[in-house]
Ligand binder design. Structure first.
Ligand code: A2P
Length: 280
């Protein structure tokens, strides 16, 4: 759990992050983030739109774990795209988290290519704000989320700083092979949101069979499978026993032939979102 990936700018990022999407602000978020830190997680993933940044920040402070030992990610929401609005959104995020810096700041969703005529320009302006925050040292790393290869290709044309991360939906049955290949080719670390398919892939028969074979749970198989693909899983849970269970993935290895069997599972639950087909 203390293992890290190294980002393109040499920043170390703990190899499993604690997801907080759909975790309500208040007691639930405070208690689950504290439980995660107690279980050994050192990487917390939040976002302005999750509405729980204040509780995440509070839990970090109350945990007693030194700030510098924890990797914190947040994201700018879609209504705040553009240079000025993104800088203002970052200030709001910092006030809510009540921390001195953020480790990783992401553009939450690309302006979709078939929703916005000027999507390239919008993404470029939002990115310019992130570059400025990075150069000023207010964030240790910057990246994007839910970007497809064409969003990244367009963005890369004008960047000073190449995104260090792309956080995408990734779980058995939804592997986004083209996005992953593009990111690997550009040294962009891929983070997997909903590695359990929001809990909906856990009934898949192939995964249940794998869990039995390795004497692990299906959730552990999914998390381990993400790690063995060189990606960074962000499992979410508000249940302490599951929070702990999701860390116990370092005492076994999925064999190549079983990785291939899991890779071949067809879509079996999860959001399955096409970022160009939505307009939040
Ligand atoms: P809960 O938060 O109520 O504990 P994902 O990370 O793919 O978005 O999945 C999150 C969903 O999976 C949540 O509903 C969460 O439930 C559930 N979940 C997380 N870890 C486990 C686990 N180890 N076993 C079963 N369900 C889990």
């Amino acid at each position: 759990l203390q293992d890290t990936y190294t980002l393109a700018n040499d920043v170390q990022i703990p190899c499993i992050g604690f997801g907080t999407w759909q975790t309500p602000n208040g007691e639930t978020a405070i208690n689950s983030v504290k439980a995660a830190l107690k279980a050994g997680y050192r990487h917390i993933d939040t976002a302005a739109c999750y509405g729980n940044e204040a509780s995440v920040g509070q839990a970090i402070k109350e945990s007693g774990v030194p700030r510098e030992e924890i990797f914190v990610t947040s994201k700018v929401w879609n209504t705040e795209r553009g240079y000025e609005k993104t800088l203002a959104a970052f200030e709001t995020t910092m006030e809510k988290l009540d921390l001195d810096y953020v480790d990783l700041y992401l553009i939450h969703w690309p302006a979709a290519a078939n929703q916005f005529e000027n999507w390239k320009e919008i993404n470029a302006q939002t990115w310019r704000a992130l570059e400025e925050l990075y150069i000023e040292g207010k964030v240790k790393a910057i990246g994007v989320s839910n970007f497809l290869p064409h969003h990244l290709e367009a963005l890369l044309e004008g960047v000073k700083v190449v995104p260090m991360v792309n956080q995408i939906e990734y779980h058995p049955g939804f592997m986004q092979a083209e996005s992953v290949a593009f990111c690997k080719a550009h040294n962009i670390l891929v983070e997997a949101w909903s590695p359990l398919g929001t809990g909906n892939v856990l009934n898949n028969e192939t995964l249940i069979m794998m869990a039995q074979k390795y004497s692990k749970t299906v959730a552990q198989i999914c998390i381990r499978w993400v790690l063995q693909h060189g990606l960074l899983p962000l499992p979410k849970s508000i249940t302490e026993s599951r929070i702990i269970e999701n860390t116990e993935v370092f005492d076994f290895e999925i064999k190549d032939e079983d990785m291939a069997i899991i890779d071949a599972i067809p879509f079996c639950g999860g959001a399955g979102i096409n970022p160009d087909a939505i307009n939040f």
